[in-house]
Structure formats: C-alpha cells, structure tokens
Design a protein around this ligand. Sequence first.
Ligand code: CP
Length: 299
Amino acid sequence: MNSLVSSTSLSQHTIKMLLKSAQAYVDSPQTRPCHGTVVNLFFENSTRTDLSFQMAAQRLGLQTLNFDVSHSSVNKGESLHDTLETLEALGVDIAIIRHKEDWPQQFADSDLNISLVNAGSGIFEHPTQALLDALTMKQHFGSVRGLTVTIVGDIKHSRVARSNYHILTTLGATVQFAGPDEFIAHDLTDVPWVSLDEAIETTDVLMLLRVQHERHEDSDVIQEYHGQYGLTEERLQKLNKDALIMHPGPVNRGVEICDAAMDDPRSRILQQVSNGVAIRMAVLDWCLQGGRRGKLVSA
Ligand code: CP
C-alpha cells in the first residue's frame, strides 16, 4: 500500500504515471471497481479537496466513512496518531488528512499500517493540488517540461507553492516566485524571485496564490496587495496571450485576481477543480496497490 505525504517522495516516473492515470479517468469516466475503505479527516476547512476526494472515492466504488472532527474523540483529547491507530484497527485502508499542523513530520518513522494521503498540511505541502495543477498544464501545453511557471503571492505560508515547486521542477519546468518581500520563504531561497510586471509578458503560467488571512496578521500587506501583486485588469492586458491563469482556490476576488481575469478564456481555475477529481481517483487507486501491508511513505 502506498502513501502520499510529501511530493518530494514522488519520483518523476510515479508523477508521470499518476498524471497518465488521471487523464485516463478524464477521458473515460468508466472505472474498474476498487475495494477498500476511505475516511476523510478534515481538521481544517475545505470545499474542493474534501468534496473531490469524496467524489473520487465514490467513483472508484470505495466505501467512504464520515469523520466529523467536531463530534469525534479528538475533542476528548485523542491524538492524531491514536486516531489513526483506531481507524487502522477498524479496517480503514486510506486516511485522507487535512490539518493546520505539519503533521507528516510526526509520522515519518511511524509504524502505522494505513495509507496516508496529505490533503493539505499547515504550510508544509499539498501534493494532490500540485498534481492536479500539473495535469491542467499538461492538458494545455502537451508537456510540463520547458514551461516557465510564475507563482505569485504568499509563498512563505503556501503549501501549494512548496508542492508545486517539487512536482513541476521534477517534470522539467522552471519555477519562479513573485510577491512581497514579507512572503519570501526561507526554505526556498534558491528559487528565483522575480518582478511580477517583468514576468507577466513572458511566463507560460501565472499561478496566483490565495492571501491567507488566517496564517499571518500583517494587514498592511493585504491592503496594498491587489495593486502591487494582484492580477489587475491592466496586467491582464499584458499577460502573454497563450499563458494560463491558475489559482488553487478559494479566490479572494479583488485581492489576488480581478473579476475579468476569472472570466478570461486563459483562466483554468474551474478546470483545476474538475481535474481534482481525476487526480484523486488516480492517487486513491495507487494507494491501494500492493495490498494492506506496505510502507508508510513510499513512491
Ligand atoms: N485548493 C484547495 O485546497 O481548496 P480547498 O481549501 O477548498 O480544499
């Protein structure tokens, strides 16, 4: 059984296999039935990831269990590790976890025998988001190799930026960042930090990140954000005509992106959401491969 905890554990071969498998699900909604039980443990809010994992599991014919954190024994102080051991004892095959903490670090040497899927962990990683982003680029350009992808915004607090950086560079893209100096990530200082207004005319993909009000308190940065780092109507005119506009969602309209850019034919924001179901089908299918006894973190 496989787990997907960090994109850094995925080889180029595995990433390409997952993209190919997802594209097959896009092209043909018919699936061969899978067997297993999946539970979503969402300790943090979500619309896209939570629902698309549920849809993916249902389309694969998997059993899905409801885990409502607010009614669970987490509220009696049960730890995440003990919760996962309990799910393992119940016979759950895959636990899909969203958490405000960087929980995967705690489980690197764990003896848990349940497949774990990271559905967004603190500011650490969001690997299925990066996979669906790569699929969206591949569908338009034919290949990710050779693309220049400019990721704009709150890099420091962005699990999406971290996972995209690993997945896209593994596939041969050039990734660069833009945004306020306050949002430079000190673990990613090797990545070029560019001027948005210079990058906008040449980049192949402009990926705007959500300003995460919940992860920092510097309101001065947010007030000036749209004019300085948002995709304004003026910047939309300058954007390369073949470029893609992407955003993981949820969008702060008028902060990262203007309304006109949401509706622009270059926008792939809703296609990203659609691709999320296929990518998560591919990931769940892959997680179930190899039987119940397996490595916790593997690729
Ligand atoms: N992109 C993303 O993770 O969206 P949700 O928070 O709605 O799942």
